[in-house]
Design a protein around this ligand. Structure first.
Ligand code: KG4
Ligand code: ZN
Length: 340
């Protein structure tokens, strides 16, 4: 039994987990800073770093206590090394290095987006080949995997990430940051009355674009306000969500035709979206030879350290350990080797 202590501090959650064999969560403490960033309408990097420093020891103690383990029983330390906010990442990397050094355990540097994908492994073993729709605050990608730790980006957003579009439209509607969850709830109370644009639907590639949709929603709202018309937030949210889900589902289904896979998995904060989960489930029901759909529970869609521990187990098996000079890599793409 391999027990990995994993650390995640890439953005605004301070999280530490202990995961056994990459699949069983022994503990997973997630401390959200969202209240501190809310009034700024987004994550303030300096504030995030400071919170990580202030709280990381406490989160570590809780994670060890919950797992009911001693440090000697831990086999390796894993840490998110990128992508993310450089200052936030550095706190986790430094904590990981210090623990690995003090305990004389190997250190494993993990990619945050790989973590989102491997959150699914905490639910069910991954089977290859698979397709992953990765949708978070900073990324929107279709990632094809022919095996463990092989990531091929077959399509990605050319401008805004889906989560980013949700947050910006939500902000214009007067919602708190991050607005995705509330938009999702509003969407289920409204109707698609606006018919917002769906970008690049006919084009023969798997890239996405969400900035046109975002601008269209914002312009429509401004025009309505100028005309003194009242805005029904539920219908705006429903119309926006309908456009987003239609694009994501259509492109994903098209990708499945070219890349037959055993599993379709969704990953990242926006994977919690009810409309997306329902849309993909319904679309797969129409296919004769549909792959199995894996969706992490809502608690594992957002940032958490258990998902980092899940990837780290595969790196442990591959003996992919980091040297003590490992750094934070804010722009580390999932399909690239770890920068050095
Ligand atoms: O993966 P994540 O926790 O952080 C990043 O790595 O970016 O994703 C956060 C994003 C935010 O933009 C948030 O608004 C969005 O996920 N989100 C949602 C929902 N829950 C969170 N977006 C749409 N529907 C949701 N239910
Ligand atoms: Zn994330």
């Amino acid at each position: 039994m391999v027990k990995i202590l994993a650390i995640e501090t890439s953005c605004d959650e301070t999280s530490i987990a202990v995961v056994e064999n990459g699949e069983k969560i022994l503990s997973n403490i997630v401390l959200s800073q969202v209240k501190s960033h809310e009034r700024f309408g987004g994550v303030v990097p300096e504030v995030a770093s400071r919170h990580h420093i202030e709280r990381i020891n406490e989160v570590l103690a809780l994670a060890m206590q919950d797992a009911n383990l001693t440090y000697e029983e831990v086999d390796a330390i894993a840490v998110t090394a990128g992508p993310g906010l450089v200052g936030a990442l550095l706190i986790g990397v430094q904590a990981g290095k210090s623990l690995a050094f003090a305990l004389q355990k190997p250190l494993i540097a993990v990619n945050h987006m790989a973590g989102h994908i491997y959150a699914n492994q905490l639910v069910e073993p991954l089977e290859f080949p698979l397709m992953s729709l990765v949708v978070s605050g900073g990324h929107t990608e279709l990632v094809y995997m022919k095996d463990h730790l092989h990531f091929e980006i077959i399509g990605e957003t050319r401008d805004d990430a889906v989560g980013e579009a949700y947050d910006k439209v939500g902000r214009v509607l007067g919602l708190n940051y991050p607005a995705g969850k509330e938009m999702d709830q509003l969407a289920h109370q409204g109707e698609d009355t606006y018919q917002f644009p769906r970008a690049m639907m006919e084009e023969n590639h798997y890239d996405f674009s969400f900035s046109g949709l975002k601008s269209s929603v914002i312009n429509t709202l401004h025009n309505q306000e100028q005309r003194g018309e009242s805005v029904i937030k539920e219908n705006v949210a429903a119309s926006f969500q309908a456009a987003v889900v239609e694009v994501l589902v259509t492109k994903t289904m098209r990708a499945l035709k070219e890349y037959p896979v055993k599993q379709l998995i969704i990953a990242g904060g926006v994977a919690a979206n009810r409309g997306l989960r329902e849309g993909l489930t319904e679309a797969l029901e129409q296919l004769d030879d549909a792959p199995r759909l894996l969706m992490p529970p809502l608690s594992l869609c957002g940032d958490n350290a258990a998902m980092i521990g899940a990837v780290a187990y595969l790196q442990w098996q591959a003996q992919d350990f980091a040297a003590s000079n490992v750094n934070a890599y804010p722009g580390w793409e999932i399909d690239q080797p770890r920068p050095s």
